[in-house]
Design a binder for this molecule. Structure first.
Ligand code: NAD
Ligand code: TYD
Length: 351
């Protein structure tokens, strides 16, 4: 895609979405970028303060499940491209309240697909619906092996089941209505602006506050971690160069057992905070395991690497240091998002 384009990015006030919005607004001044976000607990316009006055940036507050509103929005703007990130994204919340995941992730995606299809009026030339998904749709790996684009879907949490369902609908709209789409399935992201309910920012916040670090089960669960700006650069490449109807796996070539990652984080935090070595590690507390906890995720990202030439730009140690520095330098952001409703979420989840 090139030239003057109207691009709708959903969920652009969230963690990954805000990095994607920033990258597109700054890199493509010739595009008009529309950020559609309902501003749930996870959406925060402060994430975009630095680009909010750019002339090619537009914010629209709205809910992707609000069908009349979404239909009208697409009929008015006739977007050339959609990059769909809006979702309920936290596994623990999906275990407590699965229905909202079906509503946002499945029905919301359907509403967008229908509105996009109608607004194209059977002329899909130069159009693209890009659906952002997760490696969690593949379920769990044992000690060996990697998820490839042909690994069968086998989701184990309400979150991953809802994302798997939305992926299937996107693909089905491609087969049934020739709707032009691409899908990417990415591993765990970390970086600036991640809401402190996910492992890395939660533990950074708890270390700052000298609170215990609740490691689920024995901590021997493995995740493949990718720095969020590297995910955003992969999204840029897939959007512009990805083949229609294809899926791309995106990962960091970077597997860590939770407990090893937490220990590395503790060591880096002790140094940054000038605390005695081992102080943060003493906060580690093993707590009741997450039900249906997937043992291991690991991505084979060779397709996007070979076909599109994408590579992560930072090592995990570098990315983690940038992330820690950002949270330490942005404690007002952290305080704002951890006041109010966060406190009652934390109580319910961890006590
Ligand atoms: P996030 O929870 O930080 O942000 C989600 C955003 O969507 C928020 O701004 C929220 O306000 C918005 N939103 C929620 N419901 C909405 C609705 N009904 N209408 C409009 N907006 C709504 O999520 P994230 O971590 O940035 O993830 C973004 C996408 O990437 C999701 O689709 C997620 O499944 C996928 N993904 C995330 C990861 C990860 O590690 N975080 C990894 C792979 C894929
Ligand atoms: P999380 O950041 O929630 O991402 P996901 O579940 O999508 O992989 O969790 C990452 C890993 O860390 C996962 O194995 C669960 C574990 N975890 C804990 O041990 N304690 C916690 O408090 C949280 C939030 C996660």
């Amino acid at each position: 895609m090139s030239g003057k384009k109207k691009i709708l990015i959903t969920g652009g006030a969230g963690f990954i979405g805000s990095h994607v919005v920033r990258l597109f607004v700054e890199k493509y001044p010739e595009y008009q970028i529309f950020n559609l976000d309902a501003l749930t607990y996870a959406g925060n316009l402060e994430n975009l303060n630095d680009i909010k006055d750019q002339s090619n940036y537009n914010f629209i507050k709205g809910d992707i499940t609000d069908e009349p509103f979404i239909k009208k929005l697409f009929a008015t703007h006739k977007f050339d491209g959609v990059i769909h990130l809006a979702a309920e994204s936290h596994v623990d919340r999906s275990i407590k309240d699965p229905l909202i995941f079906v509503k946002t992730n499945v029905i919301g995606t359907m509403v967008l697909l229908n509105a996009f299809k109608s607004s194209c009026n059977a002329n899909f030339d130069g159009k693209l619906f890009y659906h952002i998904s997760t490696d969690e749709v593949y379920g769990t790996l044992g000690e060996k092996g990697l998820f490839t684009e042909t690994t069968p879907y086998n989701p184990n949490s309400p979150y991953s089941a809802s994302k798997a369902s939305s992926d299937h609908f996107v693909r089905a709209y491609g087969e049934t209505y020739n709707l032009p789409y691409v899908i990417s399935n990415c591993s765990n992201n970390y970086g600036q602006h991640q809401f402190p309910e996910k492992l890395i920012p939660l533990f950074i916040n708890n270390i700052i506050e000298n609170k215990s670090l609740p490691v689920y089960g024995d901590g021997n669960y493995t995740r493949d971690w990718l720095y969020v700006k590297d995910h955003a650069s992969a999204i840029d490449m897939v959007f512009h160069k990805g083949k229609l109807g294809e899926t791309y796996n995106i990962g960091g070539f970077n597997e860590w057992k939770n407990i090893d990652l937490v220990k590395l984080l503790c060591q880096q935090m002790d140094i940054k905070l000038g605390r005695p070595k081992g102080l943060s590690e003493s906060l580690i507390t093993y707590v009741k395991d997450r039900p249906g906890h997937d043992l291991r995720y690991a991505i084979d990202a060779s397709k996007i690497q070979k076909e599109l030439g994408w590579e992560p730009s930072v090592t995990f140690e570098e990315g983690l240091e940038i992330t820690i520095d950002w949270y330490l330098n942005n404690q007002i952001w952290l305080n704002n998002v951890t006041s109010g409703a966060y406190k009652s979420y934390y109580e319910k989840q961890y006590t």
